[in-house]
Design a protein around this ligand. Structure first.
Ligand code: FAD
Length: 357
């Protein structure tokens, strides 16, 4: 008989796990406290990359996830990833060279480009350095639309998605997690997956488990829509830029955004002014809105995925870089939950590692 699995959380991580579980034949219920699609997910800059984040095991996981995004694009109609590539020069030149060399040694096609080549890639930039690196295999997507597309694809495979249904705590019997407690009582399952983003630690706490994590705030400014001004992602010092499918230029002090520290509107207006100075054609465009998101981040900065303390019936997946990592983590979680086989690419990312307890 098909395993009954509850996935708590419908952000990009929960949605990907739900899709992969449903595809593998599980009977899946996604339970979401608020609107479907996630919280951090909808506030994300949504750069799919391998060029950010050391060390090598994390790089390898990201490279695999990029390949899995290509697979998902074929499997799920309407899932749009823009493989636009990105220009990187947001660290001092010597550091940038060393960093690019490391990635080249690991096999990433990241290429040094001259000033003229930078301007050929992004002719509307007003200020460019003597050189940068171009990561051609990276891309971006619209995060909320993506988690909704994954949830739709899960539904088409038989999953149910319950919105506005907060999980109050994990239900436990004789040391085994047997489901979740909601306003309408306990919903039972053979397996419960916690993919609750920044709220993950709180839910684990309800069964006496500790997961050290942070959720730093990050602000991104969104301009009013403009005709196409940028061809890809731009990672410059103090300003990361991308243009969305609907034409807005989304900017942060870096992709993760800065903590607004009480003056969110001031920071957003400052970012928008920098965008308008940096991009020819964006002058006078104006700020449309800004978002402040909290990045679910295990305390050492890397993903936490697996069965915490081998607790029967329980699995968790929480990570920064969830846009990049959702396809691989979704696939690996579904496989481990249903077959017990743990992919070697997540062997370093057990939730039981000492830095998280
Ligand atoms: C500003 C910013 C920039 C970022 N930039 C990038 C980037 O460029 N590239 C990249 O790869 N990543 C980036 N990230 C990180 C990425 O967005 C996150 O890692 C990812 O969205 C996390 O997805 P998630 O599904 O785990 O969390 P979420 O999207 O937060 O989803 C968790 C869901 O769980 C639900 N939930 C919580 N508690 C309960 C409960 N008790 N009961 C039921 N439901 C519950 C919540 O309502 C929510 O919908 C960025 C994040 C931010 C904030």
């Amino acid at each position: 008989m098909a395993k009954r699995v509850i996935v708590v959380g419908s952000g990009v991580i929960g949605a990907s796990i739900a899709f992969h579980l449903a595809k593998a034949g599980a009977h899946v219920s996604v339970i979401e406290a608020g609107e479907t699609g996630g919280i951090a997910t909808r506030a994300s800059w949504a750069w799919i990359n391998a060029s950010w984040g050391n060390p090598e095991p994390y790089f390898r996981l990201r490279v695999r996830s990029i390949a899995e995004w290509h697979r998902l694009q074929k499997e799920i109609p309407g899932l749009a990833v823009n493989w636009c590539g990105g220009l990187i020069w947001d660290v001092p030149p010597a550091e940038l060279d060393a960093y690019a060399k490391e990635r080249q040694n690991w096999g990433q096609p990241i290429r040094k480009v001259s000033r003229d080549e930078i301007l050929a890639i992004e002719p509307n930039l007003t200020s460019v350095p003597d050189f940068a690196y171009h990561a051609a295999t990276e891309g971006m997507l619209e995060p909320l639309a993506t988690s909704l597309a994954l949830l739709d694809a899960a539904r088409a495979l038989g999953a149910e998605v319950l919105a506005e249904t907060p999980v109050k705590w994990l239900a436990e019997e004789h040391g085994r997690v047997v489901g979740v407690m909601t306003d309408v009582g306990v919903i039972h399952a053979d397996e419960t997956v916690v993919a609750a983003g920044a709220a993950t630690a709180q839910l684990l706490d309800s069964v006496g488990l500790t997961l050290k994590m942070d959720a730093p705030a990050g602000l991104l400014s969104h301009s009013k829509p403009a005709p196409k001004l940028l061809n890809g992602l731009v990672m410059s010092p103090g300003l990361h830029l991308r243009q969305t499918a609907e034409g807005r230029i989304v900017a942060g002090t870096d992709f993760a955004g800065a903590d607004p520290e009480g003056d969110a509107e001031g920071l957003a207006l400052d970012l928008q002014a920098k965008v308008e100075a940096m991009v020819k054609g964006a002058e006078g465009l104006g700020l449309d809105f800004f978002t402040v998101g909290n990045r679910p981040t295990p305390a050492d900065g890397f993903s936490a995925i697996g069965r915490p303390h081998r607790r029967n019936g329980l699995y968790l997946a929480v990570t920064h870089s969830g846009i990049t990592l959702a396809p691989a983590l979704g696939l690996f979680a579904a496989t481990e939950i249903l077959t017990g086989a743990r992919d070697p690419l997540i062997s370093s990312f057990s939730p039981d590692r000492p830095s998280l307890s």
